[in-house]
Design a protein around this ligand. Structure first.
Ligand code: ADP
Length: 492
């Protein structure tokens, strides 16, 4: 059912007016019918009283001279009053002196005459009145009137009222239809304009209405608001245009900088890596004694030169890697290969370093894994970095590499029993140049870029990397990759 508050303003106004009219009509018609009903009774008794007075004064001489016939004649005059059913003249002792009954078979007993009475029954009214002569009571007049007309008259009044009622409602409806228009039309125009503005987004539209009432004020405020929104919009468009120009300039500048950076990195790659490779190569030749025998001290010094150069080369390679990844210039070359072979090779190549520290390095690879289709070189780089870190940050115990298939994905866990990572550092280990302060003298080599590079590479391969660790117990680095085994024609 539709609620009142959901009706349109027009219908609300019409219904308010109709209900008010209805209420007023019901109220006044009710009062009218009630008074009609009671006035009938008052009128009837006034008439009966007058009749009794006339009959009384005409019967005085009959009563004084005990002339029953004369009194009967007086009562006979009631023949013309068709609604008088019974009448009687009583003497001063209250005995019947003369009587008149319209129908001889409906004789009515008025009872004893003690005092004047007026009785209203459903179908008839009874009135008794004393007959006075020189202020002396000489007898009584009693009348009984047919009141069955009262109901008929009431029904007629109800019908008349009902017709008036209907006429009133129709008139009120027509009037309210006409009178609500100035209000509902104005609000309708306002609502329609608001709808248009919402749909078209055109804030130049204005509501053309002028009145001094609240609706006029509403229209004025609405137009003002549209004006303000339009101004804001224009201002915003101008700002966007200005910022776009600025952004374009900044973008061009950034592209130039990127270009310069690439050029710098390329030259650094060549200018730094070439001499470093020479240093490493030549110190290697010297250390092998190919240029003549060396003293122990010379071997020690040259080994330090070679170690530092190798570390520097590693650092430069890492910086080049991360800048290439960040500028999106790293290409992924997917190929189909056996992951167990890759893992066995990576673990075998690093086992000597683990054993040198007295650590056990082993692997658990689920049997029957299908071939993997991804960038083998990049995955190998990530795994070597993780195993390297595990060896670097473990003093006793062992390192295990687990590889298994789970929920359509390939998981590789590198688990160590090393120093672990505190909870507060877990979030930052994958950030660039992060090296956690363990509180001990930093003896581990590294650039703080290994994990950042690993994370970006894994993401580039469509996978994820995460770490679970407990200080003093160990860490588990997990790489999860989508298991792509088939080469689709597009990817080839
Ligand atoms: P780094 O070249 O210093 O190893 P990484 O990005 O590889 O740089 O690692 C960042 C830091 O995360 C390390 O300096 C070390 O503090 C911490 N870390 C990495 N791997 C481990 C591990 N297996 N156990 C404990 N700490 C680790």
């Amino acid at each position: 059912m539709i609620k009142f508050q959901d009706l349109s303003i027009k219908l609300k106004l019409i219904s308010i007016q109709l209900f008010t009219t209805l209420f007023i009509l019901v109220f006044f018609v009710g009062i009218y019918l009630f008074s009609q009903y009671h006035q009938y009774e008052t009128r009837a008794f006034t008439r009966m009283s007058t009749l009794a007075d006339i009959l009384g004064s005409n019967s005085i001489s009959a009563l004084l001279f005990f002339d029953n016939d004369a009194a009967t004649d007086v009562l006979e005059s009631l023949e013309t009053q068709t609604d008088v059913l019974n009448a009687a003249v009583y003497d001063h002792n209250g005995d019947v002196f003369a009587r008149y009954d319209r129908n001889s078979n409906s004789v009515f007993d008025f009872g004893t005459m003690v005092s004047e009475v007026q009785l209203a029954r459903d179908n008839h009214f009874v009135l008794t009145k004393a007959v006075l002569f020189d202020n002396l009571k000489v007898g009584w007049i009693a009348l009984r009137l047919d009141a069955s007309n009262r109901r008929t008259e009431l029904i007629e009044s109800v019908w008349e009222s009902f017709l008036l009622f209907i006429a009133g409602i129709i008139l009120a409806g027509l009037l309210s239809l006409r009178m609500q228009r100035p209000i509902s039309d104005s609000i309708g125009i306002l609502a329609e304009t608001a709808r248009q503005v919402k749909e078209s987004g055109d804030y130049s539209v204005r509501v053309k209405l002028s009145s001094r009432d609240e609706i006029g004020m509403l229209v004025g405020s609405f137009n003002d608001m549209l004006e303000k929104i339009r101004n804001h919009e224009q201002h915003l468009e101008q700002l966007v245009a200005e910022r776009t120009v600025e952004l374009e300039a900044a973008k061009t500048k950034a592209e130039e900088s990127d270009h310069l950076k690439s050029a710098f990195l390329a030259s650094m790659s060549h200018e730094l890596r070439t001499p470093l490779n020479s240093i490493i190569g030549f110190t290697g030749i010297l250390l092998q004694g190919m240029a003549g025998p060396l003293t122990d001290e010379q071997i020690k010094q040259l080994s330090m030169v070679k170690g530092s150069a190798s570390h520097l080369l590693e650092l430069i390679n890492d910086i080049l890697d991360i800048s290439k990844i960040e500028s999106g210039r790293v290409q992924v070359y997917d190929e189909s290969f056996k992951i167990d072979l890759l893992l066995v090779m990576a673990v075998s190549s690093l086992r000597p370093f683990a054993e040198k520290k007295g650590l056990r390095l082993r692997h658990n690879i689920e049997s029957g894994l299908p071939k993997l289709f991804t960038d083998k070189r990049r995955l190998e780089q990530v795994l070597i970095n993780l195993i390297n870190n595990a060896i670097k940050f473990t003093e006793t115990g062992e390192i295990i590499v687990n590889c298994y298939y789970k929920e359509d994905k390939l998981s590789i866990d590198v688990i160590d029993t090393g120093i672990g990572i505190s909870e507060k550092d877990l979030d930052t280990v994958f950030e660039t140049f992060r090296q956690i302060d363990t509180g001990l003298d930093r003896v581990k080599e590294g650039s703080g870029l290994g994990l950042a590079i690993s994370k970006k590479l894994v993401e580039l391969l469509g996978g994820t990397i995460r770490v679970v660790s407990e200080p003093g117990v160990g860490s588990t680095f997990s790489v999860v990759l989508p298991f792509q085994t088939e080469i689709s024609p597009n990817e080839d």
